[in-house]
Design a protein around this ligand. Structure first.
Ligand code: MV4
Length: 653
């Protein structure tokens, strides 16, 4: 076995690989960019080497620097994780030429699966079912349109170099073929520098079911059952599960056998995934699945397979790469129960999932689902970290396992409801809604489900009076435990029998202001009146599901979180004034350029200033129409939460 490996990746997968390596007594070397100097994967590894600036092209994609780091630290092998250089055959050859081991398949295996049309031809020859279609070299339009007729409409035109849905066009009628073809070619050329396409029969109600395979360098290959990744949004997986709902013994037998054939055909070594498209319009049938592509790496969603099989896939990767045989033969591999993985992202479901940036001021995950089943959190960040714009904005993967699908789904929903993140907007509420969706719960999931139900799954929720009251209690400065006498708020928080002190707190949610009055009662309780509603009695315990962060307070409950803007008594006067219509810095940075003046009338979406943060420029645009009362000065250094722009208060706002 290796004594030291280098991990050519970042974030949760780098942390994940360190964990298994450590358990096996293998030392680890992390690599990192400027933006990642203080990140978790660097802290977790035994050693770390700086490899360049924040953009991936200057760091995590620099194979030469990564190999030099491995040589300099005496690492014997390189684990690529997923993404970045993990499926780059030229990198594999560079690693091997440097006398190091690539923890993954051979360059030849990666190349065999790299071009989708060639991979499909190869699989067809090996007897693996592929979607009826044309995967040939000739590309003239007359030939392609006659192939489309032969296949039968509707057809799908796909980029041969493709993946991720780019360069894909569904065509329902021969009259639309020429336009669709030129559109697909243009997109394919732009995305991959290759405008060649393939034509396939369009599969209705598609499901994405993939099979985990593993090979070694002695010609052995096994499968570790299937995962269902049909819950996707614009080709981004959202929730994955294993096994696939509704899978029959017959279908599983056919799919896993095809997957092992695929792996053996290319003498595959290491962890791989055979992705199939399944026509679920008539339930799962053994003659309704087709090979789509092979991912020649460990996948993001590998933990659901680990949960149902009890096998550590990273351990297997290390053993196989070190020249050992597969630790188990097929008959020794079984699965039990059901697992789900939800991908928690810094993104805004209400704004069509726009990626978000921000500082994770509060980051809290449940250790266990209320029913007692384990919750596994895979994350590469800790509280206080900033979500940088350079990399994938995934915050964590939440993985649950239980005896059956129903219990696992309950555990997933419960765990999401107990996940508390403040400082950046996240998709946690959306994930909780999806986990409770009737079709998803019934296992009736196809790749179009999220798109069809997006409005309901992302419906904006408004805080109830109880949430507003809890937010006000937190914002008022009352702490979870009784204050000490030298606390400036002690006198106010204390109970006074003769002079009940009423405190006023103003909170804003979106454009709406809430006036809250708090009175301290006996026994550490508080009467909280929201606007004109009847007072609600709260205790210090009600602060548990709240988080205070610069200029804001976030309250959590039942799968939703509400973030309010709040005047901060400790911030400067301008900040304290700022309420509705103020825009704050989402991360610490430098005000690089200011394009509006005090007194200007601006339109929603108009760029107001540029904030340089994490060595990247962010345009801060007006959130709504209005007149500027105050705007940050050019050259100002700001922390996150600092008010950058304040609007003149409008009557009725
Ligand atoms: C298809 C298809 C229907 N028919 N192929 C999308 C990305 C690429 N990996 C394959 N994709 C599809 N190929 C045929 N012949 C529908 C999709 C598809 C899809 C597939 C898997 C997961 C999500 C998807 C979402 C939309 C379309």
């Amino acid at each position: 076995m290796f004594s030291k490996i280098l991990i050519a990746n970042r974030g949760e997968i780098a942390v994940r690989v360190v964990r298994t390596a450590r358990r096996m007594g293998i030392r680890t070397v992390a690599v990192y960019s400027d933006a990642d100097a203080g990140s978790l994967h660097v802290a977790m590894a035994d050693e770390a080497v700086h490899i360049g600036a924040s953009p991936v092209g200057e760091s995590y994609l620099r194979g030469d620097r990564i190999i030099a780091a491995a040589k300099a630290t005496g690492a014997e092998a390189i684990h690529p994780g997923y993404g970045f250089l993990s499926e780059n055959p030229d990198f594999v050859e560079m690693v091997e030429a440097a006398g190091l081991v690539f923890i993954g398949p051979s360059a030849a295996s990666i190349r065999a699966m790299g071009l989708k049309d060639a991979a499909k031809r190869l699989m067809e020859e090996a007897g693996v079912p592929v979607v009826p279609g044309y995967h040939g070299e000739a590309q003239d339009i007359v030939l392609l349109s006659s192939k489309a007729r032969e296949i039968g409409y509707p057809v799908l035109i796909k980029a041969r170099a493709g993946g991720g849905g780019k360069g894909m066009r569904r065509v329902d009628h021969p009259d639309d073929f020429a336009d669709a073809l030129s559109g697909a070619r243009r997109e394919a050329q732009a995305a991959f520098g290759d405008d060649r396409v393939l034509i396939e029969k369009y599969v209705e109600k598609p499901r994405h079911i993939e099979v985990q395979v593993f090979g070694d360098n002695f010609g052995n290959a096994v499968h570790l059952f299937e995962r269902d990744c049909s819950a996707q949004r614009r080709h981004q997986k959202v929730i994955e599960e294993a096994p696939a709902p509704g899978m029959t013994a017959e279908m599983r037998q056919a799919m896993t056998e095809a997957a092992v054939t695929a792996a053996k055909t290319i003498s595959y070594s290491g962890a791989g995934t055979i992705e199939f498209i399944v026509d679920a319009s008539g339930g799962l049938k053994p003659d309704r699945f087709w090979f789509m592509e092979m991912n020649t790496r460990l996948q993001v969603e590998h933990p659901v397979t680990e949960m149902i099989t009890g096998i550590d896939l990273v351990e297997w990767q290390l053993r196989v790469a070190a020249g050992e045989k597969l630790p188990k033969c097929q008959e020794e591999i079984a699965f039990s129960g059901h697992a789900f993985e939800a991908r928690i992202y810094a993104e805004d479901p209400e704004r069509d999932f726009l990626p978000a940036i921000g500082t994770l001021h509060h980051l809290e995950f449940p250790q266990k689902a209320p029913a007692g089943s384990p919750v596994r959190i895979e994350t590469g960040v800790h509280q206080g970290d900033t979500i940088s714009p350079y990399y994938d904005p995934m915050i964590a993967k939440l993985v649950v396992h239980a005896d059956d699908r129903r219990s696992a789904l309950d555990a997933l929903a419960d765990a999401l409801k107990e996940t508390r993140i403040a400082g950046s907007v996240t998709n946690v509420g959306f994930l909780a809604a999806l986990a409770q969706d009737a079709d998803f719960t019934a296992g009736d999931v196809d790749t179009g489900l999220i798109g069809r139900k997006q409005a309901a799954l992302t419906a904006k929720r408004r805080p109830d009076a109880g949430s507003i009251a809890r937010a006000a209690l937190a914002a008022s400065g009352i702490t979870p435990t009784e204050t000490s006498p030298d606390d400036p708020w002690a006198a106010l928080a204390g109970y006074s029998h003769f002079h009940p002190i009423e405190r006023q707190v103003s909170l804003h949610f979106d454009a709406q202001e809430h006036a809250v009055a708090l009175v301290t009662l006996a026994d550490n309780r508080f009467a909280v009146r929201v606007d004109t509603a009847a007072p609600i009695t709260l205790s210090r315990d009600d602060l548990a599901a709240t988080a205070l962060w610069p200029g804001h307070v976030t309250v959590f409950g039942n799968g939703a979180s509400f973030t309010f803007t709040v005047p901060d008594p400790f911030a400067n006067a301008a900040d304290a004034e700022a309420g509705v219509g103020s825009m704050r810095a989402p991360m610490p940075g430098l005000v690089k350029l200011v394009r509006a003046d005090k007194g200007d009338t601006v339109k929603k979406g108009q760029p107001l200033l540029i904030l340089e943060a994490m060595k990247m420029e962010h345009t801060i645009a007006a959130l709504h129409d209005g007149t500027i009362a105050e705007i940050a000065a050019e050259g100002a250094q700001v922390t996150d939460g600092t008010v950058l722009v304040r609007f003149v208060e409008q009557a009725g706002a």
